[in-house]
Design a protein around this ligand. Structure first.
Ligand SMILES: C[S@@+](CC[C@H](N)C(=O)[O-])C[C@H]1O[C@@H](n2cnc3c(N)ncnc32)[C@H](O)[C@@H]1O
Length: 265
């Protein structure tokens, strides 16, 4: 599968940094009851899985992903932390081998943004969810990014990521669409809450974990594709990235909004 961020080691580290830094803001209100069966779709290297398993130690998680390699890393990560409440399966969201109505809850994070057909994915997931069960979807929206000092060059590098992801059939502006996507996929009682991350130099953990190692790392990850597609000249790109790093300086600020949707079947 082609996926804008790829599966390289740096990307695995980025996904883990992202999940760890954002754990409170994204996960603190997701706790599943003891004994419930929860499907995590597109678990990747298990960055969210360990947080789910820790926050709901008595729920049973099934974590699926297309990538064998990511699943191997996820398995290792979860067992190294001593969690025994997760089983892993290699499976495609669009062809899951599970019976109708077989899970109490569904969870997915940063998956819809990579799919050309998010409604179809949400419908496939809905099939395996019990009536009255919940779906929780977390997505970013790169259009929600703003920062100081302002820089048109930095904005251009971010736009490259948006364009390249779109070219690959994804949508990095999907956060703002969670409500209509869930609605069109026939979920009910939909609630979407924006989760804003505000970073300045008084929060060194967020400067490192979010601005540098999550966001800028993600933009830097598409340099090669941006050069190949001639979206920017290399010099202009490098300056744009330097400008993004200026937002992590003493007087810089960086703001981004994630969206968390919860709904029922
Ligand atoms: C950005 S990663 C997010 C991983 C994890 N949820 C996280 O937040 O760290 C997206 C993941 O979705 C997986 N994926 C994409 N399409 C899929 C599909 N059709 N079925 C299962 N997994 C899929 C990819 O393999 C990748 O691991």
């Amino acid at each position: 599968m082609k996926y804008v961020h790829g599966y390289a080691a740096r990307e695995s580290r980025r996904l883990v940094d992202q999940a760890t830094t954002l754990a409170d803001i994204l996960h603190s209100d997701t706790v599943y009851p003891a004994g419930s069966y929860v499907l995590e779709a597109g678990c990747g290297v298990g960055a969210q899985t360990i947080i789910l398993a820790r926050n709901s130690p008595n729920a049973n998680f099934t974590a699926v992903d297309l990538s064998k390699e990511s699943l191997r890393a996820a398995k290792e990560r979860v067992s190294s932390k001593g969690f025994t409440n997760v089983t892993f399966h290699q499976s495609d969201i669009f062809h899951m081998p599970y019976d109708d109505n077989s899970f109490d809850h569904l969870f997915l994070c940063f998956v819809l943004e990579h799919l050309p057909n998010p409604i179809e994915a949400l419908l496939c997931l809905r099939r395996v969810l019990k009536r009255g069960g919940t779906i929780t979807v977390i997505e970013g929206d790169h259009g929600s990014t703003y920062f100081h000092p302002e820089s048109p060059g930095a904005r251009k590098t971010i736009q490259c990521l948006v364009d390249i992801q779109a070219e690959m059939g994804g949508n990095s502006l999907v956060g703002r669409q969670l409500y209509p996507l869930l609605k069109k996929s026939e979920y009910i009682d939909i609630r979407v809450s924006p989760r804003m991350i505000y970073v300045d130099s008084s929060k060194p953990d967020l400067v490192e974990g979010f601005t540098k190692n999550t966001f800028i790392a993600m933009v830097e990850g598409v340099k090669e594709q941006a050069m190949r597609s001639r979206l920017m000249e290399e010099e202009e790109w490098d300056q744009g990235i330097r400008d993004l790093y200026r937002t992590t300086g003493e007087n810089g600020t960086f703001i981004y909004t994630f969206f968390k949707g919860k709904a029922l079947k």
